[in-house]
Design a protein around this ligand. Sequence first.
Ligand SMILES: [Mg+2]
Length: 301
Amino acid sequence: MDTDHAEGVLLGLACGDALGRPVEFKSAAEIEAEHGTLREMVGHGTWRQPAGTVTDDTAQARCLARSVADRSEFDPADIADRFVEWYDTEPFDIGIMTRRSLQKLKQGVTWETAGRDVWEASAEGSNAGNGSVMRCPPLAVAYPDDPSMLGQVSRQSSEITHADPRCTYGCAVVNLTIAAVMRGDAEPLRTALNYVEPEAPEELLTALEPIARGDERASLPTSGYVIHTLQTALYDGLHTGDVETAIVRSVNRGGDTDTIGAVTGAIAGARFGATALPDRWLAAINAETELRTLAAQLMKL
Ligand SMILES: [Mg+2]
């Protein structure tokens, strides 16, 4: 991995998050009516923030990256502490399972238990959101050459707030895909799916099979359900010819635009590098310098 592609993961994630933020929850038709094709960082919108503002996706990815960079190892208890510190800043955007898990952590429940308790108390349909896959890509920058370790830390990073196997293995798939991209693997998602296949939930494997093939008829839903987010982000991230088009395409599909944009951006950023991201986007996001520094630190682990 070189610096440009490591930075591409973190900056691609932030750019997708920031482009999608003002149109989160809008349909493709509503975005089209208001913006045509949204390809510029605009202000206000869903969260009434200035242009280029990133959301919880980038904020939590930054907590995770800072922890691993500062401690030179993966320490889920420390990552959980940093999520709580961020939660105490009263972020404008936070997912339901994340909020509940962080509240438990604040009450003194350990990270191994908090996310699991919340998961067990959540009904099917509201127990497998995309709140952990959106923040996990920094781990692929830290552990690109050790799939066993990368799979394990990816799953544990999810368990802090999202203990459902679709979420934990979803994180493993995203990061093993990014790592395979970094190695120049011609079929990175295929490689990732083969790696997790003995243990990962069948529903996840089945949903991502057509995406690995690049099947143009593949279903690409845009909800916050982790499997929907992964289908669409992996498709746009892997099967689009440049990083700007990948992010623009995923955000303009509507739905959970910031998170699908963020995951798409991390994957396409790994393919094309930070230098391929539009300068006008990098100038607008409020996290560029720190994310470049973190990418360089994670790479050196
Ligand atoms: Mg968000």
